[in-house]
Write a protein that binds this ligand. Structure first.
Ligand code: HEC
Length: 331
């Protein structure tokens, strides 16, 4: 062995194998390797390394002595020995290949002779025959499993693993922190979402906004006037970050998950235009109603500008708009 693996390969290799074995047997908890968890393991590893080196030294000195005792011919023969000359390698190879030596070739020579090219009737190498039998057994099992007993084909297997992954995603979503922000919040119209929003609203917001959103300490949430801006984004932002300082509307982001704030915001939007009895008067200059959702979210500047103010400006350039100023004067 010594000739095929030099000492600087042999020692680290054996030590590495031993290290892996210890890791596997002792099995450190979690991320930490075993030797950090149990310091005794370090002593064991140290002892093993010490023993390895000691064995190496003994073997080296024995070899030196043996070398002295050898005749020059023996020394040359020893030097020229190859891996394939080792007795166990030789017997393994002959078992696996069953090759015939060149002196036995006449036994297997066939009478085919074409222009001096002859043919030997060698036995098939056992390693090859073994593999061949394995493929036959494999094919029988395969045939039975997939064609007789209708095992899952690739498509069914694929669909199954997709379904499994889907379940894992659902599972993950349940525990994962909510990633939703005001920017990707949406107006949820689903009954269940709105009902969940109403539940949260009734429990947390009615004290100031009233059960119907008509407003008391807080402003009326059902009219088209907004202090802090309408639309999903603005309302989401108001609920999570709170209103103007000192007004009483606190940030709710620590009380609710973003997905809950989205439901609250959607519920607030759904209240728009409900006109509850004794609602508070309009507050805020930003005009926004649920109907604006279809046209996207208008900016506060556009919302506060009445449509009739815009019409005359565009009327100046087009004849068909002449009616517009008249409509304006009528108001
Ligand atoms: C302690 C009283 C109080 C509670 C409780 C409260 N609010 Fe408010 N809310 C206010 C006040 C006051 C304002 C006005 C803030 C301002 O003027 O900056 C406001 C403003 C708002 C606005 C903005 C209205 C606009 O015109 O822009 C929304 C939306 C709103 N609240 C939703 C909620 C929701 C949803 C809850 C429950 C999670 C809630 N509020 C709980 C007092 C409250």
């Amino acid at each position: 062995m010594k000739k095929y693996f030099p000492v600087y390969v042999r020692v680290p290799l054996l030590f590495g194998l031993f290290f892996l074995l210890v890791e596997w047997l002792v099995g450190g908890e979690g991320e930490k390797p075993a030797f950090m968890e149990y310091p005794q393991v370090l002593i064991l590893l140290g002892l093993f390394l010490f023993a390895l080196i000691a064995v190496e030294i003994v073997v080296a000195s024995t070899n030196k002595i043996l070398d002295r005792l050898m005749t020059p011919e023996e020394r040359v023969a020893e030097k020229n020995k190859r891996f394939s000359d080792l007795p166990w390698v030789k017997s393994l190879m002959s078992k696996l290949t069953k090759t015939k030596g060149i002196q036995e070739e006449s036994d297997v020579m066939m009478d085919h002779d074409y222009d001096g090219i002859k043919e030997l009737d060698n036995e098939l190498p056992p390693w090859w025959v073994g593999l061949f039998y394995v493929t036959i057994i494999f094919s029988v099992i395969y045939l039975l499993r997939f064609h007789v007993f209708d095992g899952d084909n690739q498509i069914v297997e694929y669909e199954k693993s997709v379904a499994e992954a889907q379940l894992q995603i659902e599972e993950y979503k349940k525990t994962a922190p909510d990633m939703l922000t005001a920017d990707d919040a949406k107006y949820l119209t689903d009954e269940a979402d709105l009902a969940a929003g109403k539940k949260l609203f009734d429990a947390n917001c009615m004290a100031c906004h009233k059960l119907d959103g008509g407003g008391s300490i807080g402003p009326n949430l059902t009219d088209d006037h907004w202090i802090l801006g309408g639309g999903v984004k603005n309302i989401f932002h108001t609920i999570s970050e709170g209103g103007r300082p000192g007004k009483g509307m606190v940030p709710w982001k620590n009380n609710f998950k973003p997905s809950e704030i989205e439901k609250l915001a959607s519920y607030v939007i759904s209240l728009n235009g409900t006109n509850p009895a004794d609602a508070k008067g309009p507050e805020g200059d930003i005009i926004w109603s649920k109907a604006d959702l279809e046209g996207g979210e208008a900016t506060p500047a556009e919302e506060s500008a009445p449509v009739s103010d815009v019409a005359p400006e565009s009327g100046e350039t087009s004849e068909s708009e002449v009616v517009a100023p008249e409509a304006d004067s009528e108001e």
